[in-house]
Design a protein around this ligand. Sequence first.
Ligand code: ADP
Length: 505
Amino acid sequence: MDSITNFSLTESQAPLKVLFATSEAQPLIKTGGLADVSGSLPPVLRHLNHDIRLILPAYPEVVEKAIPLKEVATLYLSGHSEPVRLLSGVFSGNIPLYLVDAPGLFDRLGNPYVGPDGHDWPDNAQRFALFCRAIVAMALNQAGQNWQPDIIHCNDWQTGLVPALLHHEGNRPATLFTIHNLAYQGLFDRTTFQKLQLPSELWSHDGLEFHGKLSFIKGGLAFADRLNTVSPTYAHEICSTEFGYGLEGLLRHRDDRLSGILNGIDYQYWNPAADAYIHQYFDSNSFELKQTNKLQLQKEMGLPQDKSAFLLGYIGRLVEQKGIDLILELLPKLAQVENLQVAMLGSGLPQFEEALSDASERYLGKMAIHIGYNEQLAHRIEAGSDCFLMPSRFEPCGLNQLYSLRYGTVPIVRRTGGLADTVIDVTPQSLLDTSATGFVFDHPTAPALWEAIERAIEFYHRPASWWQKLAITGMRRDFSWPNSAIQYVDLYRKAILSPTPNPIK
Ligand code: ADP
């Protein structure tokens, strides 16, 4: 595994030209952590003086929020009969934004990947292949912008074809491919490969073929000059059979170009001392004010208002990855615990949504759930809960445990991926050296999660100063972006200096 070393906190080298390619970016459009990263890393890189530009598909929500936009080019892209418009605007005050406008493919409201029936859009391969080809045109300075990036920063499978399509180009920029979640790979059948008119040499075991299917993510994994994931532990984990989805061989093969960089969080947007969505501001010097947020959250969620209740929060996608089944299994037991409450927010698999809604009726006054996506309520759950549950089976980085730490909400997490890298378990030793920030368990089972919750309950009932100290230690940990952004710059430079040899024999 490549370790990221030798980066200095003061950047002395020449600024880089970076094209940041992503299928979602907060506040324009968001389904998960990728949007948080795409919304907060580029502004920090801009602040470090790099010429960073963002490129996204022109979904209607994005167009609406990004106005004013102007049409700056018409692109004729292979594999697509219709010309595509390139729109240009500004992101986050001073970052050039490009939107790929192909109305037939992107002009749809709602989730960018999934239709109203809950299934992937049937033409996702066409949609994101076109997006990749537009990125390639920008990369090669063929989009009429008189600007060629030094590096393309690709994110997840939706941009996976970019390194593969660029690879044989003589005058190409370097490529970095960031894996935010290896579970989503962009797999399609072979006829789709033909329909997309991808170069035939890419249909090979060393190229995009994966067990007879077209794999978008392999384009990034096999061809990018550098690979990274969003935490060091996840970078190790994906090289194993347990977490690698059959791609572990390729990842091990590319081990010398693979590293992990922890995501930062946006310290302005997630700041309990100035969060417009919460009822009462607080910080590590006024921790006791957090109680007001607890009372307000209880009211909002229909739970009895009681300062002394032990309130467990959850926010996130309701999918197996997040260990929702473990929480469900424990709910009957949690409902028996005197003065314990659970407040949840999420949407996802219908069976989980239904089971949690049923449970909230069964355990009225003990457990409440809001099904749906609600950015503001997410802030209030972070501000009002005592503990945050994150029993994920795997977690590339995880953001909610970082928000929780910042809001003095002690995380209860499984020791995996970014959770293992960011939460320090309460042990006699970590209490002694005052490094403890949460409760960590090993096995993805309900009894293991229960044991961690029991430890938290027991700790909560010790003298209040113990809990305060634990929560405040978390609040004072630094997970801001600049540190991680500098590691990205280091990686960009490494990618530029040592291109990947052609993997296709
Ligand atoms: P993932 O990307 O796997 O979904 P992360 O923890 O990396 O998980 O990021 C999830 C992001 O999405 C966080 O910012 C979280 O607060 C937010 N989020 C997820 N579900 C919801 C929801 N139902 N309402 C509001 N925010 C949500």
